[in-house]
Design a binder for this molecule. Sequence first.
Ligand SMILES: NC(=O)c1ccc[n+]([C@@H]2O[C@H](COP(=O)([O-])OP(=O)(O)OC[C@H]3O[C@@H](n4cnc5c(N)ncnc54)[C@H](O)[C@@H]3O)[C@@H](O)[C@H]2O)c1
Length: 441
Amino acid sequence: MKISIVGTGYVGLVSGACFSEMGNTVTCVDINVEKIALLNKGVLPIYEPGLESIVVNNCKKGNLSFTTSLEESLRDCEIVFIAVGTPMGEDGSADLTYVLAVAKEIGQTITKSIVVADKSTVPVGTADRVKEVITAELKLREVDIPFSVVSNPEFLKEGAAIADFMKPDRIVVGVDNEESEVLMRKLYRPFTVNHDRFISMDLQSAEMTKYAANAFLATKISFINEMSNICERLGADINMVREGIGSDKRIGFEFIYPGCGYGGSCFPKDVQALVKMSKDVGYNSELVKAVNSVNVKQKLVLVDKVISVFGEDLTGTTLAVWGLSYKPETSDMRESPAITIINELTGRGAKIQAYDPQALKEAENFYLKGNSGVRYCSNKYEAIDQSDALLLITEWKEFRSPDFTELKSRMKSAVVFDGRNQYVNYQLDKMGFDYYLIGKQ
Ligand SMILES: NC(=O)c1ccc[n+]([C@@H]2O[C@H](COP(=O)([O-])OP(=O)(O)OC[C@H]3O[C@@H](n4cnc5c(N)ncnc54)[C@H](O)[C@@H]3O)[C@@H](O)[C@H]2O)c1
């Protein structure tokens, strides 16, 4: 099948690569000229485990190509995916500027019948808006080209995106006609050979499914973080509580780790977009609102712990930070708790020595650009040199089992703030560390 994917970001690039791996001919389109030039040289703009080899191999085979021209990509194309960003607007709503701009361009460009699939996370009703925009453009051109719009929300997780795409838990497709459903089923068949995981539904339900899924997962995180704050004050141990509740199959162990709050390009904006979407139809979504406010506060818990040890004025304090990305196995720093934590600490005069396996450039060039209180280090041990404390923010594997003797010898004082409760089993206190974790006084 010949496919075009518009928007070559995390979702567009992974989807394009995986569709091409299954033998389809895929063209990925982006307006970012620099990004397309890099991809054409085989250089990936993001870090995602396993992605590079799939991209390089399929480019060599001729299954995958990159262009800035939507028109070129639409030649003989059966399905065009819209996978551009839907960032948060000022009022919390999803900003549809990019999605509707692509819809307009599709309307201006198509020459034959096509299925337009919304893969971006978009509010309920967006498929109808995309349809309206394309129809209006066709009318302006005075042509009658049949097309249909389907909703195909993406559920991949950054850091495990290839596995998620190749072996999805489910494929949700919202449709309003049988032909589109048949075509989408055909496209996804190779991903569901083991058993059928294709769930077709109406357009609105498919759009809502994505928000409901993200809101539920964000709720689990805010719930356990709230429990950890209560545990801390009552003298209970959140890790014991976590094990105690997770063993109940109805609750499960996944997504109930206390930490510094959720970040990333999805949960923060999708939770707020759901609140706005509800408000627009006269419903006050109290639970989802609380999920967001608990998360905003949670990003400051580690900062409060640092202040309780070193005082409000952190001038003269050097803090090592391990982990900048919003989660392990990605270079993505969008809405990462590390941004809030580091800015709060340097704002109080602290000097930060930061290390992350993949996100150093992102931090230096963009998310922490201009923050002169941060020094970027090339490895985790360099970051702790002569530091007063270590803050663990992102649970990358290489931070799981550090050499604590090395830590002690390099640090000015042996103090650890464990934002991910990773060192809970190390008995750091017995090893001579002052040790502070989320959910414990
Ligand atoms: N990142 C994730 O883990 C994830 C997971 C599921 C769903 N989503 C959703 O998927 C969508 C895309 O997310 P992302 O993280 O891939 O975004 P991204 O910011 O990484 O990529 C978006 C890309 O679209 C390009 N673009 C913008 N306007 C364009 C246009 N008119 N023509 C061509 N390209 C254009 C941008 O240059 C950018 O490269 C969002 O709605 C997001 O909520 C993301």
